[in-house]
Design a protein around this ligand. Structure first.
Ligand SMILES: Cc1ncc(COP(=O)(O)O)c(C=O)c1O
Length: 442
């Protein structure tokens, strides 16, 4: 499994010495960054190719985290690379106040991926949280209401609006939170306060509207599968019913597809498509650019229109390199049947995880769709007591076995498997061996 590769020199001869990088990172980079590292000894990565990365010592890993789901069609993708380089050599930036064909073509192509029959418009931005804040602004300017309904255990980013929308304390700074966000119980089918089902959670939403808002709301924001919350899929029927309820209270339905979009869930291009529902606003990022900083808010024209009463722009929103990257990602998804691969390989992964769950008591639940799956570790099946230390040991051991996994959830006891969407059937076997060996060692 270990393949030796030549370390690539960095520009300006930056050091590859691990200890020096650790020291300088602590000295020169913001201390808050130290709150978000993976592994006891974080990885120093030198290169990536398709679904694999290599550390500075030349060890190869199957990357089942894909830089937190940013790498969609694979590292070092020739088509995406070429699109960015060609565009950079022509002109690297054209701001929103000028015209350029790339953002126009990209917007047209994104609209073509949306449910037919609506007049969709695209706003291009740079990051997930920026897109979330814009979606919140759109919901409020359109509805003329203020309160936004969100779900407990959700994660939407770290800007002021996105942080307030998130339902995870560990992602909130201890400052006065932006007002106007209320959190309903998330329909978690494994740990949810009302047990499995959809209706009790819709009823809770109704109670929240009646008790924690003025009865009229700006909208609701939903991740079709809560990612950082611990890979928790929203059950079929919830989005459709929640959208209907919120619309009857004057609000819009915002879907956060930052993790679930672009074919990751296999059966569908968008996560919301498990339900017969058309959202009003869809937020997308991460896989959209295969690692290039890019995000978008796609909204029904009617919802985006009220913002024309004032100026609204962002400097990098129409960057042609980013748009060229986004277009190349869409083309690669089609040409390489990436969504179908996520479906097929995801099915094999589901079977594999089911086998491991049957074999090991410490695995309480396995869940997810396509190539967005999670393994929840518990110390007993009745009380479902989170086994975070065991999850951490398995994550470390899998790394030794050449597989990178993520770890998340309120209790940090869920291992996440979100590889680049080009992961192969052989990789599933490799993952099974690595996981089996790691859990057996507990
Ligand atoms: C579902 C979801 N929404 C929004 C965001 C925020 O994206 P960014 O980190 O690019 O601001 C994230 C980031 O992980 C996310 O997972």
């Amino acid at each position: 499994m270990v393949q030796q590769t030549k370390k690539r020199p960095t520009l300006n001869d930056a050091t590859w010495d691990y200890d020096e990088i650790v020291r300088k990172r602590e000295q020169y980079m913001a201390p808050s960054l130290q709150t978000f590292t993976a592994f006891e000894r974080p990885l120093l990565l030198s290169r990536g190719d398709r679904q694999y990365v290599w550390d500075a010592d030349g060890k190869r890993y199957l990357d089942c985290l894909a830089q937190n789901l940013c790498i969609s069609v694979g590292y070092n993708h020739p088509r995406v690379n070429k699109a960015i380089i060609d565009q950079m050599q022509a002109i690297q930036h054209v701001t929103t106040m000028y015209y350029h064909p790339e953002p126009v073509a990209f917007s047209e192509e994104l609209v073509a991926r949306m449910p037919a029959g609506e007049d969709w418009v695209v706003h291009l931005v740079n990051s997930g949280a920026e897109a979330i804040d814009l979606a919140i602004l759109m919901a409020r300017t359109y509805s003329r209401n203020f309160d936004l309904l969100c779900l407990r255990n959700s994660y939407h980013g770290m800007h002021f609006g996105a942080m307030a929308a998130s339902g995870l304390a560990l992602c909130r700074q201890p400052v006065a939170t932006s007002p106007g966000f209320v959190h309903a119980y998330n329909p978690d089918q494994y740990r949810g306060i009302f047990g499995p089902g959809v209706e009790p959670y819709i009823e809770d939403l109704r109670r929240v509207i009646d008790s924690a808002t003025c009865g009229e709301v700006a909208g609701i924001m939903i991740e079709p599968i809560q990612g950082y919350g611990g890979v928790i899929p929203v059950p079929k029927g919830y989005i459709r019913k929640a959208a209907a309820l919120v619309r009857s209270a004057g609000g819009v339905c915002i879907i956060d597809e930052v993790q679930t979009g672009f074919g990751r869930t296999g059966d569908h291009f968008w996560g919301f498509e498990i339900d017969d529902v058309v959202p009003d606003v869809v937020v997308m990022s991460k896989g959209i650019g295969n690692g290039f900083p890019l995000a978008a808010v796609v909204a029904r024209r009617e919802v985006a229109e009220p913002m024309t009463v004032r100026k609204f722009f962002n400097t990098y929103g129409s960057n042609p390199m980013a748009s060229a990257a986004g277009r190349a990602v869409l083309a690669a998804i089609d040409e390489e049947d990436i969504q179908e691969n996520a479906r097929e390989v995801g099915k094999a992964l589901t079977t594999t995880l089911g086998r491991l769950k049957a074999k090991y008591d410490v695995i309480g639940d396995v869940r997810g769709r396509g190539l967005m799956q999670g393994i929840e570790f518990v110390s007993d099946h009745t009380m479902r007591k989170p086994a975070d230390k065991e999850a951490s040991r398995v994550q470390e051991c899998a790394r030794e076995n050449g597989v990178i996994l993520g770890r998340s959830g309120q209790h940090k006891n869920v291992l996440r498997i979100n590889p680049p969407l080009c992961m192969s059937m052989d990789d599933v076997k490799l993952l099974e061996q690595a996981l089996d060996g790691a859990v057996a060692r507990l």
